[in-house]
Design a protein around this ligand. Sequence first.
Ligand SMILES: *Cc1c(COP(=O)(O)O)cnc(C)c1O
Length: 240
Amino acid sequence: MNQSFSTDDLSFLTENYKEITEKIAAAAVSSGRNPSDVRLMAVTKTVSPAHINHMISLGVGLIGENKVQELLGKLEFLTTEKTDIHIIGHLQSNKVRKIINTVSMIQSVDSISLIDEISRQAVNNNKTMDILLEVNIDSEDSKTGLPAESLIETAFRAADTKGIVLKGLMSIPPICEDEKTARMYFEKTRRLYEDMKSALGKRADISVLSMGMSSDFEAAILEGSNLVRVGSSLFGARRY
Ligand SMILES: *Cc1c(COP(=O)(O)O)cnc(C)c1O
């Protein structure tokens, strides 16, 4: 991994960070909330530790990685003492053990068997793990995520499982041509989030709605998102 970078790269990251945080703040205010009500996650897949560390030094308090292997490979080079790390990609049950003491939340929980394995590892390590359920908002598409129909049932199961702290919902809507369609998906997700919250009542402290990425985070915030996951608009286009 290339860890050296020029001064040009630094100012580029600084400018991106400034621009994104300003847009988040404006969208939050437009939706009747405070800028601090919306949390920014820097999505760091394919990004070098040097770039990630610079983004952290600018004030990003949360990073997200998709793959366990990639996260663990970078970890020793990261200055994450004051930074939360979340898993946001599809997680295989046999990898849970490897990250149970590294991440503070798993956002991409999409099956009962994964809930059970996170529970087992959390209990073994004497801790609890925050999770979000990932909902597949566009069931036509064959992407990951729970079907909306089984969301509430799975939420009850998660809320009643030892070692698991259910915090909310995450979704990745299909790529949309226009903002209107994107907002429709975000609105649908927010309704599911509210249904889940009221169904669970006091059984869980549902407070996180994770939706919105580089191309659509403002639309997501206008529809109620309080955690946006931004990669390429912060770090530049990914080079795989
Ligand atoms: C890559 C990724 C993002 C960020 O995507 P950008 O379009 O680069 O902002 C957000 N969420 C998930 C789950 C991702 O895999």
